[in-house]
Write a protein that binds this ligand. Structure first.
Ligand SMILES: Nc1ncnc2c1ncn2[C@@H]1O[C@H](COP(=O)(O)OP(=O)(O)OP(=O)(O)O)[C@@H](O)[C@H]1O
Ligand SMILES: [Mg+2]
Length: 268
């Protein structure tokens, strides 16, 4: 594990030598008189999974929404592949904390929706959607509506939709929070495989320290509101080991403990 810094600066949060897909520069966010984020400087490198970890209300979803172009920063700017973000774009896909599925549309239509927006023909988009529906274990549910699914299943539809659009940047807001532990671990393996296979930039939010350590190349701990970067940690987990061996590994356990202590320090 590499504990980069407790008082992370922009320089400290820049991994050296990596292609950078998303640059966050001096981002602050006010919601009327509520200061949600203060002076966030972060780079998100291509091919890496960065996790935002921090207490409820510290601005994690807010930061993802600003990167997605769904809401503006009050000051500062975001660049994606070198271009300043002024709104949403097809190179970024968002899996929302609350699923945000279209309730009037079937699983198939929901998963294929991003491809429909791109103007892709029906046969092609349905064939791509079917592949990702299968990948998240929902084959047979293509014609169901969101209200006919469990919370965990709806979350999997959200994941399949994000993967189907083949975006460069995946913004994942607690994508596994509504699934049971067994599926959660399966999805963690799926996610790691995607990170390994596809040269995408993953920005992930979870409340689980264990999940963060298990899945992340880098963990950014945010302080209690207004969210500021408190600490940046690179867990350095060897995924050639079996999942069970990793979870028993002393380095893994020490990192979990270190983050727990860090959260207590920066959050209280
Ligand atoms: N649309 C909004 N209008 C006003 N205040 C908001 C709005 N959205 C978020 N906030 C406030 O901004 C702060 C950050 O919210 P945000 O949803 O980004 O936190 P979070 O870190 O994602 O929390 P959680 O872990 O509970 O999902 C909170 O205090 C919240 O009440
Ligand atoms: Mg949130």
């Amino acid at each position: 594990m590499r504990n980069i810094t407790a008082q992370a600066t922009a320089a400290a949060s820049q991994p050296s030598g990596a292609d950078v897909a998303v640059e966050v520069r001096g981002v602050c966010k006010m919601y009327n008189d509520v200061e949600a984020l203060r002076s966030i400087d972060l780079d998100f490198p291509v091919g890496k999974l960065t996790t935002l970890l921090g207490p409820s209300g510290c601005g994690k979803t807010t930061l993802l929404k600003i990167i997605a172009g769904l809401i503006p920063a009050t000051s500062g700017e975001i660049r994606v592949n070198g271009k300043v973000v002024t709104g949403p774009g097809p190179e970024r896909a968002f899996v929302f904390q609350d699923f945000a599925l279209m309730p009037w549309a079937t699983v198939m239509r929901n998963v294929a929706f991003g491809l429909e927006l791109k103007g892709m023909g029906k046969d092609e988009r349905q064939s791509i959607a079917r592949k990702y529906i299968a990948e998240v274990g929902l084959t047979g549910f293509e014609n169901k509506y969101p209200h006919e699914l469990s919370g965990g299943m709806r979350q999997r539809v959200g994941l399949a939709r994000a993967f189907a659009v083949n975006a460069d940047v995946l913004l994942l807001d607690e994508p596994f929070s509504a699934v049971d532990e067994q599926n959660r671990r399966k999805f963690q393996e799926d996610l790691l495989r995607l990170v390994e296979l596809e040269k995408k930039t993953f920005i992930f939010v979870t409340h689980s320290i264990e999940e963060a350590v298990y899945c992340s190349d880098r963990i950014v701990i945010l302080s209690r509101r207004p969210g500021r970067i408190a600490q940046v940690i690179e867990p350095d987990i060897d995924h050639n080991e079996s999942p069970d061996a990793i979870r028993r590994d002393q380095g893994y356990l020490d990192t979990v403990e270190e983050i727990w202590q860090g959260l207590k320090r920066y959050v209280d």
